[in-house]
Design a protein around this ligand. Structure first.
Ligand SMILES: *Cc1c(COP(=O)(O)O)cnc(C)c1O
Length: 481
């Protein structure tokens, strides 16, 4: 069994094994005809169940053959131009290279003595990101597992900075379109049930700062404490960007921590043409960025940035075995002092290689392309009487629904859209997402693939219309009989 350990004597086994795996994936990428096969849980579960984990196959080739059946054949492929569903991006090759290197070397970024250069690389990328945001000379941050963890950590810092032990008095203000991790964080942080005050959005799905101002005033009048305002720079559903300058001014006026959740919109930081959409983000006390959404990085790659690095001390604990106090005096850079995690992947390497190979303009240009595509898709939808589209996209998301020509009840239209989404997914031809707007069923394109064309969008719209019409036709027949 020693032959499976990666070390000096097995370098050749490693080379062959990984090359074989890469070869299979490469073949898969070259031959995949759709984003999905349409397999159902009922069909796939017995295949996975049948594997006896206590009877190993012994070699990588056999395991890869089996993997074809249990995973690769039926995986959902985000690189396919007709995968238009969730916030998943196709990944750039330099980042995948980084992934291969980081897992083979297996650095752990909690301490200097488990990572060395890895720690410095991560710190440099944090500085790079903070500079792009404009957070100033004291800024700092740390890589995280994702936007959920980044939001949690930011709100932890905000809670500690609020300067009260009476947690029931703390309030967080975020738009009704903000990510559910804000709610989840509030609960994890021990705040009261009513801690998160949802602020309504305008027609373009951006937080109404006038209402925010009124809610802040009410909060103060009731003797409560405005702990944080969460501005979303790219809402998950609509890609809408809250009015950051107005929110920053209100945060300053009411002494609230300003957190910008740019999990989705962070790609604008590298955009050659659209950086201005994030104007005002430089006033934030903390920012969430998900490189695994709009920087074309493999999951996971994410970070939380703060204006004042000293606030990260709220996440600092010292363990004698790991990061004893003396390491502070000795100025040994231990990233665990800033993180909610202990053992932590060197995810930063992926972004490093991406920037070193492609440059910021290269990766930002890809995000620009999908934002341009969304605009073209919007025009297509707006001009097509079969569809109703909700808002003009600021980023790369389109929310829309099929509306039949002949009169149907709102419930029928909801069911037809939901059916069309499911039928499309089951066909494996394309994948779209769904969401509710004002209680009604809508469908959603999250465009993150620069390979997707307007023709792809048009084709998928026709497929959706076809499925929806068929459903309504059958239902009508059914109702008449
Ligand atoms: C995706 C998303 C998150 C959560 O990020 P994960 O990486 O999935 O944990 C938070 N906020 C927004 C706005 C998002 O779009």
């Amino acid at each position: 069994m020693r032959s499976h350990l990666l070390n000096d004597t097995t370098a050749d086994v490693y080379r062959r094994s990984v090359t074989e795996g890469v070869e299979r994936v490469a073949r898969k990428l070259a031959t995949t005809r759709g984003p999905f096969t349409g397999v159902t849980p009922a069909e796939l579960a017995p295949v996975v169940d049948a594997v006896d984990l206590d009877k190993p196959l012994g070699d990588a080739s056999a395991a890869l053959d089996e993997l074809e059946d249990v995973y690769l054949r039926d995986a959902v492929y985000f690189h396919h131009p007709r995968y238009l569903a969730h916030l998943n991006c196709p990944v750039v090759i330099p980042a995948v290279l980084g992934e291969a290197v980081l897992s083979a070397v297996n650095s752990s970024l909690d301490t200097w003595d488990q990572s060395a250069g890895g720690t410095l690389i991560e710190r440099k990328l944090i500085d790079w990101t903070a500079a792009r945001i404009g957070l100033g000379p004291l800024a700092d941050g740390v890589f995280t597992s994702g936007g959920t963890q980044s939001n949690l950590q930011a709100l932890l810092l905000a809670r500690e900075e609020a300067g009260t032990t009476d947690l029931k008095k703390l309030r967080i203000f975020s738009s009704e379109c903000s990510h559910f991790s804000v709610q989840k964080s509030a609960q994890l942080l021990g705040l009261g049930r009513d801690a998160v005050v949802p602020i309504p959005v305008d027609r373009t799905k951006r937080m109404q700062s006038v209402v925010l101002a009124a809610e802040l005033e009410a909060c103060r009048a009731e003797g409560l404490i405005p702990m944080a305002i969460v501005a979303t720079a790219g809402t998950t559903d609509f890609g809408s960007i809250d009015p950051l300058p107005e929110i920053a001014a209100l945060a300053a006026e009411y002494g609230a921590w300003m957190h910008v959740d740019a999990a989705y919109g962070c790609g604008l930081l590298a955009s050659p043409t659209r950086r201005h959409l994030l104007d005002g983000i430089e006033h934030a006390d903390s920012v969430t960025v998900d490189y695994h959404k709009s920087f074309f990085q493999p999951v996971s790659s994410s970070a939380v940035l703060v204006r004042d690095g000293a606030t990260l001390r709220h996440a600092t604990y010292h363990a004698e075995y790991l990061n004893p106090r003396r390491t502070l005096a000795e100025r040994i850079p231990n990233q665990v002092d800033k993180s909610l995690q202990t053992t932590r992947r060197f995810d930063a390497l992926k972004l490093w290689l991406t920037l070193r190979v492609m440059g910021a303009d290269g990766v930002g240009g890809l995000f620009d392309e999908v934002c341009d595509l969304a605009r073209q898709g919007f025009e297509l939808l707006a001009a097509d009487p079969r569809f109703d589209v909700v808002v003009e996209p600021q980023l790369s998301t389109l929310v829309w629904r099929y509306v039949p020509e002949n009169a149907s009840t709102p419930e029928d239209i909801d069911r037809a859209n939901l059916h069309a989404r499911k039928a499309l997914f089951a066909s494996g031809e394309a994948a779209v997402a769904g969401t509710k707007v004002d209680g009604r069923q809508y469908l959603k394109f999250t465009l993150l693939n620069p390979e997707t064309t307007v023709a792809d969008i048009a084709a998928v719209l026709d497929l959706i219309a076809g499925h929806a019409e068929q459903y309504l036709g059958e239902n009508l027949v059914h109702a008449a009989s």
